[in-house]
Design a protein. Sequence first.
Length: 471
Amino acid sequence: MNDAAFARAQRSIPGGVNSPVRAFRSVGGTPRFMVSATGPYITDSEGVQYVDLVSAWGPALLGHAHPQVVEAVQAAAARGLSFGASTPAETELAELVKERVQASGVAPIEKLRMVSTGTEATMTAIRLARGATGRSLIVKFAGHYHGHSDGLLAEAGSGVATLALPGSAGVTPETAAQTIVVPYNDRSALREVFAERGQDIAAIIMEAASANMGVVPPAPGFNASVVKLAHEYGALVIIDEVLTGFRVSSAGWWGLDNRGLAAVAPGTEPVPGAEAWEAGNHAVANSTGAISIPVGVYQPDLFTFGKVIGGGMPLAALGGRAELMDLLAPTGPVYQAGTLSGNPVALAAGIETLRLADQDVYRRVDAAAAIVSEATSSALTEAGVAHTVQRAGNLFSFAFSEAAPTDYAAVLRQDAFRYPAFFHRMLDAGVSLPPSVYEAWFVSAAHDDEAIGRIVDALPAAARAAAAAIR
Ligand code: PLP
């Protein structure tokens, strides 16, 4: 039935999918057509149930179809699917996000704008940064994925990496030239770019911890040094927490990465590589007057969220200081809008998910991630497969290489040919992994002993299949 469903889909939908990684191109075989999901399990059109380690690519933090989230969605749907007007729930979610980020010890989010996808959030953040600074250039890191807007596809991770594409056709050279791509975790390359073109750079956009080329965490102090450098040149920093936000901690990576704060707190040791910061603010001329950029503070300027914030429904957001966010229409000149922005049904899912995502949920997700990643690593070691476990909080993946990759070039040098065999053996044993070695594995708070036991039981044979794979 999966074969028939895929054949039928391919007649009406390009490649049979609505997002490229789903097509199984990098692992081969037929994608499973899913019909239902509950807790840690997902079931395909043939009635086969899998332990799910994709978790809808991140949103299913609580597990699939959590009864309280479903109830909230049903109640909201019964009141109306979409109003195209303001609702109290929008403010409620904005306040919830602000509280959680504030409670993490970093408080740069004063206002949020809700959109429907992570792509819209990052696209709007870029426009806002350009509008605020009056500058054109954007810096991104190779292997970081920020959705599919034209300017952000250069050397992007996720599906662009899976399909081994350098970028995308259809992006004009003029647009591509506005994005400078720098190797991740490479401070000197970043310094060189700023030394050459710093006065024209509107913003650096980066994943808080990269997880779209497999997981590659920032080197200690790297995020802090990016913020420091950008602010010295009057450029903004957009931290993309679409994937990490409300997943790796109750706030996100920035809530977890308080190490950076030690670099500026008086009397504390600087984090390795983050030099002492000069206190004070300076103003940067921009098209709308002037914005102040906090030079002495380890604070990014804009954050983007998606995935968990919508609890599985289409909802994402960008947020930051009021001074910046108020540059958006209708208070400011930077235009952004959406028929479905702040959709009431999506808001119900997001609000209920965040309400339920308490510290116990994060403890369970962290514990499940630790068990699954350690068991997988042990099975691979037992089978003699060279690998490294890549971790960023409870996000993890495996690189088939001796040394842990720290950038995109190293990620691409791994023995990726081992993954399809591993993936299919797990799938045949009832475990659904991401269909690409360049994606993170996602556990949820619903991954209980039984679900984890099924994963652990499937690992030895899959590891042996990876060991036997040939290039
Ligand atoms: N930013 C990051 C870090 C992501 O991981 C993704 C999606 O995976 C996006 C942006 C784009 O989000 P969406 O797929 O909702 O457009």
